[in-house]
Design a protein around this ligand. Structure first.
Ligand code: F6R
Length: 240
């Protein structure tokens, strides 16, 4: 794993340069994208670079990691809504080239078609990840099998509780989500994981210095040959 440590603004800008390089070489690259608070500075930087003509997503395709079951793109807590408002509307990507897993898949067989779609598009060139406090990547909670492809997950009580703040009540927080699996993520040619803040320090230590183990899904990234972690000083503070 390669580590890049600096201020959140600096490392987000360095992460943004990865898109400039990749899309410069391969304008029709396939991008794996994430939601959450972590990529917001990166997305703002990509919007700025695109407005200045330094990068173009006009031929790129994107595939997001996950979505809540039962929410459609008009719901302001859906991940489709998040992506439209925080990135897609601010860059030149074609709406029809953006993909977020459907929150209306009925079973894992239907969910797994997302992997087939990604494969048909040529596979993900650059996968962006955040990390949960328990090491989850996407909605792949601890003990998700290494071989998992896109599938439906039951959200843990703690995840629903953590996400309650975005909804008017706990009852409104979806009980399930659909997520790329660990195998889906590991197939990407290149992976970038961003983490900021002291709250991520302990899990970053386990991710980088622990033994790769499904108990900490992000630690499995050690088994991938091209992974870069972009960390602020606080998130890197427990690394020895
Ligand atoms: C988002 C996702 C999650 C988040 C993680 C960190 O699509 O799949 O794994 O990356 O929960 O969330 P934030 O960035 O809000 O700390």
């Amino acid at each position: 794993m390669k580590l890049i440590i600096g201020s959140k603004e600096d490392v987000s800008a360095q992460a943004a340069q990865r898109y400039v390089e990749l899309l410069g070489k391969k304008p029709d690259a396939v991008l794996g994208l994430a939601t959450g608070s972590t990529p917001l500075a990166l997305y703002a930087e990509l919007a700025r670079l695109c407005a200045e003509g330094k990068v173009s997503f006009a031929r790129a395709k994107s595939y997001n990691l996950d979505e809540y079951i039962g929410l459609d793109g008009s719901h302001d807590q859906s991940y489709r809504y998040f992506m439209d408002h925080n990135l897609f509307q601010h860059i030149d990507i074609k709406p029809e080239n953006t993909h977020v897993p459907s929150g209306f898949v009925k079973d894992d067989e239907e969910a797994a078609r997302y992997d087939a779609e990604i494969d048909a598009a040529g596979g993900i060139d650059l996968q962006l990840l955040g990390i949960g406090n328990n090491g989850h990547i996407g909605f792949n909670e601890p003990l998700t099998p290494f071989t998992s492809v896109t599938h439906i997950v039951k959200l843990t009580d703690s995840t629903r509780e953590a996400n309650k703040r975005f909804f008017s009540s706990l009852d409104e927080v979806p009980t399930h989500a659909v997520t790329m699996g660990i195998h889906t993520v590991m197939k990407a040619r290149s992976i970038m994981l961003l983490a900021f803040g002291e709250g991520k320090a302990e899990i970053i230590k386990k991710t980088v210095q622990g033994r790769p183990d499904t108990a900490v899904p992000a630690s499995l990234l050690q088994l991938h040959e091209d992974v870069t972690l972009y960390l602020d000083e606080a998130a890197a503070s427990k690394l020895s």
